[in-house]
Design a protein around this ligand. Sequence first.
Ligand code: DC
Length: 238
Amino acid sequence: MVFIASIMNFRSDKLIIAIDGYSSCGKSTFAKAIARELSYLYIDSGAMYRAVTLFAIRNHFINGEKIKTGKLVGALDSINIDFKRNSNGKYETCLNGENIENEIREVKVSESVSNISTIKEVRLKLVHLQRNLAKNKGIVMDGRDIGTTVFPDADLKIFMTAEPEIRARRRFDELTAKGLHVEFREIMKNIEERDIKDSSRKISPLRKADDAIVLDNSYMTPEEQMVWFRELIKQLSG
Ligand code: DC
């Protein structure tokens, strides 16, 4: 395939591709498509923060905006997160061996995940895990701090953005398609709150790495984004 050959010229060995950006701007759809095309591993780092949040909810460490941080930090060693391939070849998030892929997408998790992700010890644990997953390179990882903190030397960094209303509509459609009953206004509010919390937290806030390339996909289909990506790689391969 011509495309694969050109990206391999871009760097002779396998790449680490970091994709960061705002909530619900289609990072995972885009990152998965890239990983599929390159036969790379795809890792959704947000799913890891969601898994820790679900663990905290189940253990009653969260009460509204209040978090029993000491208790959660004390329990971090008992949290094991991994990704298992299902029968369709799709990777699903597991928490201590249990498949939690659907539960971590629920509103109750979305509401608390930004607060959980401000905890330094949680971030240290997950960044360590994320770096281990990339030992063999050949990985596409999406999140908020992948290009800035997790892999500051990533071979390629993309920063994704889209208008908030468009992102809320996408999240709403995704959740309702799964049969979940959600209010559009509630989703919009959650997205706006998470944008603020993710970009203003003290440790590893969401920000574009200086060497990241911006992709605003407000008015782009997933196919158009892949055309953009292939064009980008062609340019980078010179
Ligand atoms: O990508 P997502 O919406 O599933 O991520 C959920 C939350 O996790 C997001 O609000 C912020 C946090 N997160 C983070 O702090 N760092 C990452 N690398 C990925 C996600």
